[in-house]
Design a protein around this ligand. Structure first.
Ligand code: F1P
Length: 585
């Protein structure tokens, strides 16, 4: 939540920062701003998405080669120009951007208010600028000391990027929110996520939890929370700038849906041995995740039962107190971003009870990798659209690989490598899904149903439609309809029935008939002629080895949500009220 950037180097800072902000806009897009340092600090900020703000503000008029920028996902204070970042102190010489939540906000506001500070916004962030101003007085002008004193005073989660008039330095710090340092040729960057500056460098420093850094023209220094210098060498990453570009697709989401024909193959080559060895030693297994990743967790739970005969617990990150964790637990935390606050809290809780942690993530150096005893990178490459698509199938492929290795199923492991061909076949029929949207886009309520391992796929299909098309969609284990929800079926309500020809199919067909008897209309996503024959609309799936079908069956549902959003005039890449990494609880 919130994208932040800092730049120091020979180039015009406003241009570098604006470009970088566009690339991390998926982190928040209700307002944005840039500040640069000249003879004084100049700030330009406004409410809206960057493209709208640019029409009203000429960022290129900001001169100067040091600067900071921000794209906001509002938490404290409504969306307006005053609350947009950057924020300054009373003197206008200390300027900062922030991602996270300052929890002792009320106490700081009262304390600083009593000292005579005047606030221009309702944000928690602005208080930190005033706190620095106050600390600077007691530190007798030593800004570095004022900065570290501030870090001791501030409670909550943050990544800060801060600069000061007349000083060619940028100060950054992180706690429970991401912040990386990019090392360019004669230039240095701070960014929330690597894609912000991938076109300028692939050399990154990943700050640890509660660490700080100071960038200058000459390089960077890293400090622990107490202000003691520490060492953090840089790492070269193999993500390319092209991976973070649309490459001719109208939206990142569509590009990422189509990329799955390649990413499914890539992820099947990921090394999972560490994770498997951890699981072999475990007395019990808990899977922790949120949102889409939680639905991957449900599929994994199903696989552990069906393929390995292992009982596991799947826990929603924010509901961690419902899980049982102890010294014998291996907790597998799944998170595309590796930054989801609810998931990280659950991980810390499980660790506190003595559990071992396996992190399954897509983002190198993310917070989850630091908390985990072993990490598996799913290898999907940067996912820019806010909603998860290719990361979901990559999570599934990696989780299948773990379960099948654990079960010693060599033949099936080989089949996993061949799935991308089927994915390609399904995606080549995207036009068929697009055609369905003509009628479906007139509907307001949707019910997704599946049995067994298709229930989490139904949940994920419904979530996609909610996230980007803002339509009411519910998902049920198909057998549950008769236990209440059938009462909601009226003339023409669409039921999306998902499943391949397995032991559950006969019953799924019966459930579909029950819906039709109540005048619902059915879209079948299946390879089973009997189910397709019952349907009003159909997406006929190619033959896929049954075990792996769920990985492929989500593809038409992703396409459906995408085309529905486009048809209804919504931006699928930047859905309202959502952010790519949810760093607040
Ligand atoms: C979890 C998640 C996503 C969702 C949105 C908000 O993220 O719920 O599934 O699409 O981006 O966050 P993560 O923990 O997998 O990064």
């Amino acid at each position: 939540m919130c994208g932040i950037v800092g730049y120091i180097g020979p180039k015009k800072a406003s241009e570098v920062i604006l470009e970088a902000l566009r690339k991390v806009e998926y982190r928040g897009y209700d307002s944005a701003g840039i500040a640069v340092s000249n003879s004084k600090i100049e700030i330009m900020k406004d409410a809206g998405k960057i493209a709208e703000i640019e029409k009203r503000n000429d960022f290129s008029s900001l001169q100067g080669t040091v600067g900071i920028g921000h794209t906001r996902w509002a938490t404290h204070g409504e969306v307006n120009k005053q609350n947009a970042h950057p924020h300054t102190d009373c003197t206008g010489t200390i300027c900062l951007v922030h991602n996270g939540i300052i929890e002792n906000f009320a106490e700081l506001r009262e304390r600083l208010g009593k000292l005579g500070h005047k606030f221009k916004s309702e944000t928690d962030t602005e208080l930190v600028a005033h706190l620095l101003e106050e600390n600077l007085k007691t530190a007798k002008g030593d800004f570095k000391k004022a900065f570290f004193d501030m870090l001791k005073d501030v409670e909550g989660s943050y990544s800060f990027v801060i600069f000061r008039q007349g000083e060619r330095k940028i100060y950054g710090a992180r706690k429970s929110c991401p912040l990386v340092i990019g090392i360019g040729k004669g230039e240095m960057f701070f960014a929330s996520d690597m894609p912000a500056v991938l076109d300028r460098t692939r050399e990154f420093v990943f700050l640890g939890e509660a660490e700080a850094a100071i960038l200058s023209d000459g390089g960077y220094d890293v400090y622990d929370a107490a202000g003691k210098k520490t060492s953090r060498p840089s790492k070269h990453v193999d993500w390319t700038p092209q991976m973070a570009q649309k490459e001719g697709y109208p939206h990142f989401m569509l590009k990422e849906i189509f990329e799955q024909q390649a990413t499914i193959r890539q992820s099947s080559a990921v090394d999972v041995n560490w994770a498997v060895n951890e699981l072999k030693r475990a007395k019990n297994i808990s899977i922790i995740a949120c949102g889409t990743s939680y639905y991957a967790a449900l599929v994994f739970k199903h696989l552990l039962a069906s393929e390995c005969g292992i009982r596991a617990d799947a826990v929603i990150g924010s509901e961690f107190r419902s899980g049982v964790f102890d010294k014998g637990t291996c907790a597998i935390a799944i998170s595309q971003s590796g930054e989801t606050a609810d998931t990280l809290s659950a991980v810390r809780f499980a660790k506190g009870k003595g559990a071992r942690i396996i992190g399954i993530t897509n983002v190198f150096g993310s917070s989850l990798t630091r908390e985990a005893d072993a990490t598996v990178y799913i290898g999907a490459g940067p996912e820019i659209a806010v909603v998860a698509t290719k990361s979901f199938t990559s999570q599934l492929v990696v989780l299948y690989k773990i379960a099948l290795t654990l079960a010693g199923k060599k033949k099936e492991l080989l089949q996993l490598h061949d799935l991308s061909g089927v994915a390609e076949a399904v995606l080549s029929k995207s036009g068929d899904v697009e055609k369905l949207v003509g009628e479906l886009a007139k509907k307001k309520d949707f019910f997704f149903i599946g049995r067994g391992v298709y229930f989490p796929i139904a949940l994920e299909g419904a979530l996609k439609l909610k996230e980007i098309a803002y339509l009411h969609a519910e998902a049920y284990a198909a057998g549950e309809l008769k236990h209440g929800p059938l009462s909601m079926l009226e003339d023409g309500v669409p039921i999306i029935a998902i499943g391949n020809f397995d032991e559950n199919m006969v019953k799924l067909v019966t459930n579909v008939k029950e819906c039709k008897a109540r005048k619902a209309r059915v879209l079948a996503v299946s390879d089973h002629l009997g189910l397709l024959a019952e349907a009003d609309w159909k997406f006929a799936m190619p033959a896929v080895p049954g075990l792996f079908a769920p990985i492929i069956y989500i593809l038409p549902l992703q396409l459906l949500a995408y085309y529905m959003a486009v048809k209804l005039g919504k931006d699928p890449d930047k859905p309202r009220n959502l952010a790519k990494s949810v760093t607040v609880e």
